[in-house]
Design a protein around this ligand. Structure first.
Ligand code: HEC
Length: 152
């Protein structure tokens, strides 16, 4: 059964790869050793913009799962994932980029953290959102730039 699932995934990945062959998009992101070296947008991230994406309930909504001492004024910090304080001491920016882009690549298929620049967002995706990542490449870069400022 597992083998079949794996084959199916490989076939789907090939299809997705083909669909995006001429485009740069989520299917073209290169993960190596749990890290993504290149900026997704080709531009540097903006930490101030990233903070907005982090707390915006319609964008990153990261606070739903992650406490963040730097955002005390925001309500409802979830505790599903680890607190974000000092996250830049634990991960390199290239690893943070991989986590935000597609957490499954780092934590495995079972993680509840969504892939924010991935086409494998999850089940029961609204029809108009199928095939679209949650964040844009630049929004991911901005979030990563913001996370890189979170040192203890
Ligand atoms: C639905 C809950 C959920 C959401 C939403 C979510 N995450 Fe996560 N995140 C997790 C979980 C759970 C983990 C721990 C890894 C695991 O067990 O799968 C994690 C791990 C992480 C880590 C590694 C932390 C560490 O200290 O090791 C980072 C960084 C991170 N998330 C960033 C983000 C950012 C940025 C966002 C928003 C763009 C976000 N997460 C949204 C659930 C979530």
């Amino acid at each position: 059964m597992k083998q079949v699932t794996r084959l199916l995934c490989a076939a789907l990945a090939l299809q997705a790869g083909a669909a995006f062959a001429e485009d740069t998009g989520p299917a073209d992101v290169k993960f190596e050793d749990f890290a993504v070296q290149a900026s997704l947008s080709g531009q540097a991230g903006d930490a101030a913009e990233g903070a907005k994406v982090f707390k915006d309930r319609k964008l990153g909504n990261c606070l739903a799962c992650h406490q963040n001492a730097g955002m005390k004024d925001e309500l409802f910090h979830g505790t599903v994932g680890p607190a974000m304080d000092g996250v830049a001491d634990r991960w390199e920016p290239e690893q943070l980029r991989a986590i935000v882009t597609d957490a499954k690549q780092v934590f495995g298929e079972e993680t509840v953290m969504p892939g924010f620049y991935s086409l494998r967002v999850g089940k029961n995706v609204r029809e108009d959102l199928v095939g679209k990542p949650i964040l844009t490449a630049q929004q991911v870069e901005d979030v990563v730039a913001y996370l890189a400022t979170l040192r203890e």
